[in-house]
Design a binder for this molecule. Structure first.
Ligand code: UN1
Length: 470
């Protein structure tokens, strides 16, 4: 242990919530290296039973855990509860994914006996978690990694260490050995040391594109190290002709402002066909004004809580102002409701007239609107980004959606659904700056184990048929 202390604060009150010492990366890695062979040698049935016990443990702890998530991440309790449910459900989904994606296959190889494909764990995996889903998204890496037989070093976001600690405690109480899942508290220094450590076999990351690229760069000379990057997006929601504009407005609000916009899959850009613009705004603006922003534990429950901290709120406000100075027209101003606390009301800004719109992820409740003449222009505009995580089309015909699906570059493409709330039963990831083609969720199994191909006979049996002297 070092003597550096990490402190986390409740976004809604600014009060200290948790403090703890930074972890010792070298020590944690050597404990994990000693621990993983025994875990890997246990039968798959045995490991699954332990993970099911974890799922029960989380279910038992669901209320205190949801409350802790609400306090530390600032998301409303109703939403924190659904995060806990997602953690519970992750186990069954990952068990099934393990079997389907990385299970055993045997086939007859004729004269060569039988052939088999089996999977082995990589060894020691580092999981670097985000603050927006401080339990569910790390769980989405940790659970499949453990099922596959890896040891895990989990460094939660420095903004949500308390939830990280609570999650790891559930693994331990369920029977995952202490040397197989370890909590490593720390900030960027510990993160970098974990990534670069020669005793680490893989890095499973969820967070910003900048941090993900830094990981890639650091590991450029280590092609054997598994790197799974789930990064951000500048996600488009495209609205064309539909008789159901009230529903369209609801989908936009859910996409842009759930979790105060702090989802990698949140809609950042609303791309609207000119002919529906006025009628859509007549639904969207009043609905957005009605959204309650407030205390995550308050009653009645708000739609959204604060963003994660004051720095983030300051940066978002500055970005909103910069868009306005650059030629954007505020349709709904983003306001700071309590001085010195990071509560922001949702902001909507028409940026159609900004010539060079910045292609960055504004990770908060800011929705940029771009007007276009038709669907083709909408598709071009939607693809006008280096990111490619999620995209939705609202309205249109099956043919329109066919064209949208075929031409949009993203890992999640929806029709008449929100950009966020992706199912854990599907692969989850994006292209471009959104990821590195190692999708998580259902396909997390793929990066948690590597395939081994074998041909096998119980006795040596071989002949040389051609080219032997008599
Ligand atoms: C989101 O779309 O808001 O299980 C996050 C997972 C994904 C996470 C989705 N369903 O990893």
């Amino acid at each position: 242990m070092t003597d550096k202390t990490l402190v986390s604060y409740e976004p809604a009150s600014g009060e200290e919530l948790w403090r703890g010492l930074h972890g010792d990366v070298d020590a944690a890695v050597s404990v994990a290296r000693r621990g993983w062979p025994a875990w890997a040698a246990r039968s798959i049935g045995d490991r699954i039973a332990v993970l099911r016990a974890f799922s029960n443990e989380v279910r038992r702890e669901s209320e205190p855990l949801a409350e802790l998530i609400a306090r530390e991440a600032g998301k409303p309790l109703w939403e924190a509860r659904s995060e806990v449910d997602a953690v519970v459900n992750k186990v069954d989904i990952s068990v099934q994914a393990y079997a389907e994606r990385t299970g055993k296959k045997k086939f007859d190889s004729g004269i060569n006996g039988s052939a088999a494909v089996r999977h082995k764990p990589h060894g020691v995996m580092v999981v670097l978690g985000p603050y927006n889903f401080p339990a569910h998204l790390p769980g989405g890496h940790i659970i499949p990694a453990l099922i596959a037989g890896n040891a895990v070093l989990f460094k939660p976001s420095e903004k949500t260490p308390a939830v990280g600690e609570a999650l790891v405690a559930c693994f331990h109480r369920a029977g995952v050995p202490e040397d197989v899942v370890q909590l490593v508290i720390g900030g960027p220094d510990e993160g970098k040391a974990l990534v670069a450590h020669p005793g680490v076999d893989g890095v499973l990351f969820t967070g910003s594109a900048n941090a993900g690229i830094a990981i890639n760069r650091k590991l450029a000379a280590n092609p054997g190290k598994i790197v799974a990057l789930e990064m951000g997006g500048n996600n488009p929601i495209v609205v064309i002709d539909t008789p159901k504009l009230a529903d369209a407005a609801t989908l936009i609000v859910q996409s842009a402002f759930t979790t105060a916009g702090q989802r990698c899959t949140a809609a950042r850009r609303l791309i609207v066909k000119d002919s529906v613009f006025d009628d859509l705004m007549a639904e969207l603006l009043p609905l957005t004004r009605k959204l309650m922003v407030g205390d995550p534990l308050g009653e009645p429950q708000p739609f959204m809580g604060p963003v994660i901290d004051n720095d983030t709120a300051d940066r978002l406000s500055e970005s909103f102002l910069a868009l306005m100075t650059g030629g954007g027209r505020a349709l709904l101003h983003m306001r700071r409701t309590v001085p010195d606390l990071p509560f922001l009301t949702p902001g909507i800004i028409d940026v159609t007239d900004i010539p060079d719109r910045p292609d960055i992820e504004l990770f908060g409740p800011v929705l940029q609107v771009i007007r276009v003449p038709d669907l083709d222009a909408g598709i071009t505009e939607a693809n006008n980004t280096r990111f490619g995580l999620s995209a939705s089309l609202i309205g249109g015909t099956p043919d329109d959606y066919g064209r949208f699906w075929a031409n949009i570059r993203a890992g999640i493409i929806n029709w008449n659904g929100p950009t966020n709330g992706a199912s854990s039963k599907a692969p989850f990831g994006g292209i471009g700056l959104s990821g590195n083609h190692r999708p998580a969720a259902y396909y997390a199994a793929d990066y948690c184990a590597y395939p081994v191909a074998s041909t096998e006979m119980d006795q040596p049996r071989a002949t040389i048929g051609v080219g032997l002297k008599p």
